[in-house]
Design a protein around this ligand. Structure first.
Ligand code: FMN
Length: 271
């Protein structure tokens, strides 16, 4: 089968999912025809986009061991038209939960043919210098693996006559008990919205422009408590480090996160 272009679709508030997607595309060695970055509100609100690439890559971070709730409607609206798709979940070294199963379900329902999938590790959105979680992931080794994965995907597809010959079985993920019992957007229960320290802030408004929920007031720089999903894009992307993560029960939360992320996880790829 001939594949000469790829369309990438990703949600990536702190940039790690984007890094993995770019490394896979690099390994595939084909043109990235169209990038549909659904991190921004206005792109997610657009009508279902036309997908030009011969193959599609969809990448999302793992939130509460699942697909982030806010990207679900956009993904469910895509028209796959029988195109091959690669599904990627990126998680902060705690657990990928059922993200690949959910992506698989949506992709099949939207008419894609799932040809490959992978769970990779990215620095946790809640990671700080003082309390690092999966710091600097994806590292060089992760990116090499992602690149090699891209290469293998191309080899697989180029060696088949028809997508009908492909059948991919993604292992069933597990939801830990805590993810089953906590309410949606549970990050709101244990973190506060990040405040801007106006003595450091240069009023560049990058946080306002990049907020996936358009939750930051451009005059006061205050964050709407209800809209904010605690992705911490505003903390991680601030060039002046004027915002920081604020926990509600810091001792408890940071210790639970530290324990849950203790074992160093490695990427898992299905082809
Ligand atoms: C609200 C929220 C929930 C998260 N839930 C999980 C989780 O269940 N398991 C995990 O390992 N990481 C979790 N993470 C961490 C992200 O999956 C991880 O940092 C990812 O690399 C972020 O992707 P991005 O850089 O593309 O935004 C969560 C992050 C946020 C903001």
């Amino acid at each position: 089968m001939l594949i000469s272009s790829v369309t990438t679709i990703y949600f990536s508030p702190t940039g790690t999912t984007k890094k993995i997607i770019n490394a896979i595309v690099k390994g595939m060695g084909i043109a990235n025809d169209k990038i549909i970055d659904i991190t921004l509100h206005k792109v997610r609100d657009d009508e279902s986009p036309l997908i030009d690439g011969d193959i599609v890559l969809i990448g999302v971070p793992v939130y509460e061991e699942k697909i982030p709730e806010i990207v679900y409607p956009f993904l469910a609206d895509l028209k796959g038209n029988g195109k091959p798709v690669v599904l990627i979940g990126v998680y902060g070294n705690i657990g990928e939960g059922i993200v690949l199963n959910e992506l698989d379900f949506i992709a099949q329902k939207s008419g894609f043919k799932v040809v490959a999938a992978g769970a990779f590790i990215g620095e946790h959105s809640f990671s700080t210098k003082k309390r690092p979680i999966a710091q600097n992931r994806p590292n060089k080794d992760d990116l090499n693996k992602a690149e090699q994965f891209g290469k293998s995907i191309m080899e697989k597809i180029q060696n088949i006559n028809s997508l009908k010959d492909v059948s991919l079985k993604i292992p069933k993920g597990k939801l830990p008990l805590i993810a089953k019992v906590v309410p949606k957007n549970s990050a709101r229960l244990f973190t506060k919205t990040p405040l801007a320290d106006l003595s450091k802030c240069s009023r560049c408004n990058i946080c306002v422009k990049l907020c996936p929920m358009s939750a930051i007031d451009k005059e006061t720089l205050e964050i709407d408590e209800e809209k904010c999903i605690r992705c911490f894009s505003c903390v991680k992307r601030c060039p002046k480090k004027a915002r920081e993560i604020r926990y509600k029960h810091r001792f408890l939360v940071t210790n639970v996160l530290a324990i849950k992320s203790r074992d160093i996880k490695e990427p898992k790829m299905y082809l």
